[in-house]
Design a protein around this ligand. Structure first.
Ligand code: GLU
Length: 306
């Protein structure tokens, strides 16, 4: 039994490693040139974004600081199809990366003037408030508690909390978690929710990122991984045949995090998101990244101005 478990673990870890280096679908971790899907068919091309060379954001302290220089954008690096960094090429791919690029272009920054920084869920508020990142684009749920510390533009996508389990698991949704071990990321909304007494989990393990939870699942150290369906679908796609996504029990609107006080930048980012939804870039980017994981493209949600 022990042997079988570790063999399965090795297989999935290998699959993840291989997908990080092999050529394949655009927007996925295995992206090299974005030209072909792994089945050989043509994957949709990523959009290119026109840089606004005369961009200005009046009354934005953050824009004033970065204008004509570079923009630092925080994101995730271990979330296939959303925010993923290829460990060997260091190339970043995914829907969040595309959202970051389209906003940056409207603010006057081409790709060479974007500095991506990997920031895990638990460090987001601190890194935004300290100015370590100018924007944060990484499956970041807008909620009132976080709004006390940071500002949010968007939403640009709406996900929902779900569960990732082994293919043969009897867990079908949150009601089947009583007495089970569940893994999620420190500082995330899914971790907080799954700790609620009504779910009756035996253990809610907190990891630095979801990739580590997936390894725990494969190793048999946890019964389920919980976070947004959009994230979990990426891991399921990367581990085809071994893992599946079940249940959906929350609404997670993804926003772009920025300094709480910078209302001018918040509005500039809102306008950028709206413009790229309108001109078709949003859909194109979605189809070439997150859409490849099997996630269904909802209509872009209405911007929440507050
Ligand atoms: N969207 C959730 C959150 O913001 C979970 C995903 C994440 O940790 O980034 O907490």
């Amino acid at each position: 039994m022990k042997l079988r478990k570790s063999a399965a673990a090795a297989a999935v870890v290998l699959a993840l490693a291989a997908s990080a280096t092999a050529c394949g679908k655009s927007g996925s971790p295995d992206d090299k040139d974005g030209a072909k899907a792994s089945d050989g068919s043509s994957a949709p091309a990523l959009p290119t974004y026109k840089v606004n060379t005369s961009a200005d954001v009046k009354d934005s302290p953050v824009f004033e600081k970065i204008k004509g220089k570079e923009i630092t954008i925080g994101t995730k690096a271990d979330q296939p199809f959303l925010g993923f960094e290829n460990p060997s090429t260091k190339k970043r791919t995914g829907f969040d990366i595309e959202i970051a690029k389209m906003i940056a272009a409207d603010l006057g920054f081409d790709e060479d003037h974007i500095k991506f920084k990997t920031v895990p869920s638990e460090a987001r508020e601190t890194k935004i408030a300290s100015g370590d990142v100018d924007l944060y684009v990484g499956t970041y749920t807008i909620n009132d508690e976080r709004k006390k510390q940071v500002g949010f533009a968007g939403p640009y996508y709406v996900a929902g909390q779900a569960l990732l389990v082994k293919k043969d698991s009897s867990i079908k949704g949150p009601d089947d978690l009583k007495g089970k071990k569940v893994c999620s990321a420190t500082g995330s909304t899914p971790l907080k929710r799954i700790k609620e007494a009504r779910y009756g989990v035996a253990e809610a393990k907190a990891q630095q990122g979801y990739q580590l939870c997936v390894q725990d699942l494969v190793n048999g150290q946890t019964d389920a991984v919980t976070t947004d369906d959009a994230i979990l679908k990426g891991y399921a796609a990367e581990n085809k045949g071994a893992l599946k996504v079940v249940g959906k029990f929350s609404t997670e609107p993804y926003g772009v995090g920025l300094k709480k006080e910078d209302a001018a930048l918040r509005e500039a980012v809102n306008k950028a998101i709206e413009a790229h939804e309108k001109n078709g870039d949003w859909k194109k980017a979605y189809d070439a990244t997150l859409g490849l994981s099997g996630a269904v493209a909802e209509m872009p949600p209405a911007i929440e101005r507050y």
